[in-house]
Ligand binder design. Structure first.
Ligand code: PSV
Ligand code: MN
Ligand code: MN
Length: 388
């Protein structure tokens, strides 16, 4: 195989998971701008996700959020997805929207609230059994707003205890992916604020516990690709929640704010053996499309991940290693920049053609009539979750 053929073959195996909540209405705490034609229930979200996969060819799974995607029969929902050519992916838990969680969930000072939170997580594993999902994705809003509000150290003990109970419930082939976020909604301390805290808990729990890197959850200036390289090296990178941030947890389209950062991350993924199904690294989107059309925005996001991946795969690793060995600082940097500055869109058009797809997913989607159909048929679409 030529090198280019190998790059193309790798790109054809790419899998980007789309989040059910990105298909629904969303907004800021100031206003949710409702869009016509958005899904009214989990099945309609899957219908839309199937369209993203149909036109990109690389978005075969859909993440659910419980209870936003609550249904009576999860096996039937999985079957429904399968009939549309997609599968259910990670199950995202929700321990942040009930009044009980004002002082936290799994770290709450009251054991009864902790019990409620852990029971919800256990229920999510039951759902995974029914859907065939492999990953339980955990993000905790837990934290404190004021110094002295709670015992920060004891909260870590509560966290460890709750996680251990859920970990013990995981079946064969199931994982727990722990997400960190440096602040918000808590403003003084957050119980899982950074990759180090997430890593320490996952390390203690065992091999089925891994860290999720949400690209929007870092302080400005954080070198995310270094975190990625480190976690991969330790066998603890479970996956990504991709999105873009300009300021805080903006949840904008991945690759929109800083495509160069996305390339640097994808380069470390490729370099560290994190690309490909056997690596176990899940590539998920975690975005909200507050003012832009949702399905095209998700297609665009998938394409942005593809473009960054293609550039990362094109890095001349041999030339880079040689320049690094020789201490050729500018030469090594030039190798990386050459790959980044390559226009990979013609290559991706070819890849899509070879996959039997239209080379231009956005134009093909626009021509398909799906957007008009859902506007006509779906009246009273739902909000993604927050407050739904
Ligand atoms: C909240 O910050 C958040 O955006 C986390 O990133 C989760 O992954 C997501 O919500 C869904 O719960
Ligand atoms: Mn996330
Ligand atoms: Mn987030």
């Amino acid at each position: 195989m030529t090198e280019l053929a190998a790059v193309k073959a790798a790109l054809k195996t790419q899998a980007v998971e789309t989040p059910s909540w990105a298909y629904g209405n969303s907004g800021t705490r100031f206003k949710v701008f409702a869009q016509a034609g958005v899904p009214r229930d989990p099945r309609e979200k899957l219908d839309d996700a199937a369209k993203v996969h149909e036109f990109t060819g690389v978005a075969p799974t859909v993440a659910l959020h419980i209870p936003w995607d609550k249904v009576d029969d999860y096996a039937a929902l999985a079957k429904y997805a399968g009939e549309r050519g997609v599968k259910l992916g990670a199950i995202n838990s929700n321990t942040f929207q009930d009044d009980d969680y004002k002082l936290g969930s799994i770290c709450h000072p009251d054991a009864a609230v902790r019990r409620k939170a852990v029971d919800h997580l256990l229920e999510c594993v039951d759902i995974m059994d029914a859907t065939g999902s492999a990953d339980l994705k955990l993000w905790f809003a837990d934290g404190t707003n004021y110094p002295g509000q709670d015992d920060v150290r004891e909260r870590q003990d509560r966290l460890a205890e709750g996680l251990a109970e859920v970990y013990a419930r995981l079946g064969e082939g199931q994982r727990m992916l722990l997400e960190y976020k440096f602040f918000e909604p808590a403003f003084y301390t957050t119980d899982v604020p950074d990759w180090g805290t997430a890593y320490a808990h996952c390390l203690k729990l065992g091999t089925k516990a891994q860290v999720v890197v949400d690209t929007g959850h870092h302080a400005p200036g954080t070198n995310i690709e270094f975190i990625v390289a480190t976690l991969l090296r330790e066998g603890k990178l479970g996956g990504f929640d991709f999105n873009s941030r300009f300021y805080a947890d903006d949840d904008l389209m991945v690759g929109a704010a800083d495509p160069f950062q996305l390339f640097r991350i994808m380069y470390e993924v490729v370099r560290g053996g994190g690309f490909g199904a056997e690596s176990g690294v899940a590539f998920m989107l975690d975005q909200c499309h507050n003012i832009e059309a949702k399905i095209p925005a998700i297609i665009r996001s998938v394409m942005n991940v593809q473009e960054a991946t293609a550039k990362a795969l094109l890095v001349d690793r041999g030339a880079l290693a040689a320049a690094q060995r020789e201490g050729d600082v500018l030469g090594a940097n030039a190798v990386l920049m050459d790959a980044y500055n390559t226009d990979v869109r013609p290559l991706l058009r070819e890849v899509r053609g070879e996959m039997g797809l239209d080379p231009e997913p956005l134009a093909a989607y626009a021509r398909s009539g799906w957007a008009e159909k859902i506007v006509a048929e779906r009246v009273g679409g739902r909000q993604a979750g927050w407050g739904a």
